[in-house]
Write a protein that binds this ligand. Structure first.
Ligand code: ADP
Length: 495
């Protein structure tokens, strides 16, 4: 009988489910879209009941379409979006979850930071509008009854899935690190923080390691899903932890970039780096490691602007048309530079008034120079993060994920600018699910450690490699010095 691990990845756009076998091969990928509700006061919410319906729909497909038998599923594990507030309350069973991107909580975040200005020393992070602690404080003031009737709050969609399967209230250290209430050094809740703000510490879930069995499928969950009651359910991890694992970042200094709508550079560390403003620090799935993340506001969204501005109108595939335009210009875009801060920036400097700029336009500057300069400028801003914050150490490979990694030209520019091999894993949609399946491999004894999972299945996984071109790298090293002068020169004009 072939055995499988069932993995659910409850993201913002969809609930995804996969079955993973003992060789870490993925089968049975299904996704069910979920609705997001946007309110006029800035509410961004989802119905947890939709996540559960999505999970049930996926399991039915496994039984009925793939003819998998429930006894073949030997463990269930999870990943999902973080920084949510999910109230589990028998009185309000249909209560919507507040998502991370719901921005109603600026005032509460500012108040907490004023009361506890050094909170980052313990939690690893400052309190922002998205932080669950700020959201709880808001609920205390604005949703008193719901607060009182809540049995437990959980902070990731995955924790809701676990609750529905097992009736257990749990969360993992990666998710908890985003809440503003966990000590990142000891991985324990800090009750005193909640007490200061009059919040009830009894409403926090238990903290469990990703590979821990938190319970077994309940009788009612068996009825609804078809899973057997003997199947263990693991704690899994919030999406940032699953992603770090999925890209095989499990050792001190392992670094990866995300080039999505916005972007970030992340690095695995054994100790938490000093409190660099604007950085986040999260617990890694591997207990003694942390993930340090430098976020960028300007990434794919700037590319999107450039595509709309410079790519020809007469095409169905503007991204490809833009790609062709970029290829026409030489390395260094004929002396044209682009500062990509069209949305302001928050790392390495915090300046919401910053703007984008071209510099070096001459009589021969072409549209393709402008297109290429945009891609180069975004890559330079990532390079600046590696120089200032993210220590690449001895690494000669950098993993790149996110929508921007679909562009071969952009990946090559990044490899040339950094002077490093850029690795783009195939099938990145299911990478977090594959990453967190490691928690079940460890629990089942299929591998003896997360490192072994990474060596056996992730480092060897199918991926595309971009080799740096040494000559191009030398050109970029020189012109990077000019790029670095742009922001300080323009800074005065932004005020
Ligand atoms: P999100 O961060 O919203 O999940 P994605 O990871 O899908 O988004 O990344 C979206 C970004 O990916 C877009 O802003 C776009 O710049 C970039 N992108 C998507 N497809 C391509 C492509 N073919 N070439 C270059 N960039 C692309």
């Amino acid at each position: 009988m072939k055995e499988y691990i069932a993995v659910f990845d409850i993201g913002t756009t969809a609930v995804k489910g996969v079955l993973i076998d003992g060789q870490a091969a993925i089968i049975g990928e299904y996704r069910v879209r979920v609705n997001t509700y946007y309110g006029k006061n800035g509410e961004v919410e989802q119905c947890p009941a939709d996540w559960w319906e999505g999970m049930k729909e996926i399991t039915q497909k496994w039984w009925s379409v793939l003819n998998i038998e429930a006894k073949q599923v030997v463990a269930i594990t999870f990943t999902g979006q973080m920084e949510d507030i999910i109230s589990i309350s028998p009185t309000y069973p249909n209560q919507k979850a507040i998502l991370y991107s719901d921005n109603r909580f600026e005032q509460e975040a500012a108040y907490i930071m004023k009361r506890l200005p050094n909170i980052q020393a313990e939690t690893g992070n400052i309190i922002r509008s998205s932080t669950p602690l700020a959201k709880l404080l808001w609920m205390k003031e604005n949703r008193e009854e719901l607060m009182e009737n809540t049995q437990c709050f959980v902070f990731s969609s995955k924790d809701y899935g676990i609750y529905k399967l097992t009736n257990k209230f749990v969360t993992d250290p990666t998710t908890a690190a985003t809440t503003g209430m966990m000590n990142l050094h000891t991985r324990a809740w800090i009750p005193v923080i909640m007490e200061i703000f009059g919040l009830d510490t009894n409403k926090l879930p238990n903290l469990c390691g990703s590979e821990e069995i938190v319970g077994y499928v309940s009788a009612s969950a068996m009825e609804e899903t078809g899973f057997l009651q003997t199947t263990p359910v693991l704690c899994g991890s919030g999406d940032a932890g699953a992603t770090a694992m999925g890209v095989a970042a499990v050792h001190q200094g392992d670094t990866y970039f995300y080039l999505g709508t916005t972007g970030w550079a992340a690095m695995v560390q054994e100790i938490i780096s000093p409190n660099i403003q604007g950085m986040f620090h999260l617990a890694h799935i591997v207990p003694h490691l942390t993930i340090s993340i430098a976020p960028l506001l300007n990434a794919g969204n700037v590319h999107g602007w450039a595509v709309e501005t410079f790519a020809s109108e007469d095409t169905d595939d503007k991204n490809s048309a833009f790609e062709e335009l970029v290829k026409e210009a030489p390395v260094g875009s004929n002396g044209l530079f682009f500062l990509p801060y069209i949305h302001g920036e928050r790392c390495p400097m915090q300046n919401s008034d910053a703007k984008g700029a071209f510099w070096g336009i001459g009589p021969k500057t072409s549209k393709s120079d402008m297109a290429r300069a945009v891609m180069e400028g975004i890559c330079f801003s990532y390079k600046q993060l590696t120089d200032l914050i993210i220590d690449l150490g001895d690494n000669d490979v950098l993993t790149l994920i996110g929508g921007g990694s679909k562009s071969a030209v952009w990946c090559q520019i990044l490899a040339d600018i950094l002077g490093l091999q850029v690795r783009v894993p195939a099938d990145s949609e299911y990478m977090p699910a594959l990453g967190i399946s490691a928690s079940a491999f460890v629990q089942l004894g299929w591998v003896d450690h997360y490192y072994a999972f990474s060596e056996r299945f992730l480092r060897t996984a199918e991926s595309k490699m971009y080799e740096p071109n040494r000559l191009n790298h030398e050109v970029y090293e020189e012109i990077y010095e000019t790029y670095l002068k742009m922001y300080p020169s323009l800074k005065g004009m932004y005020e």
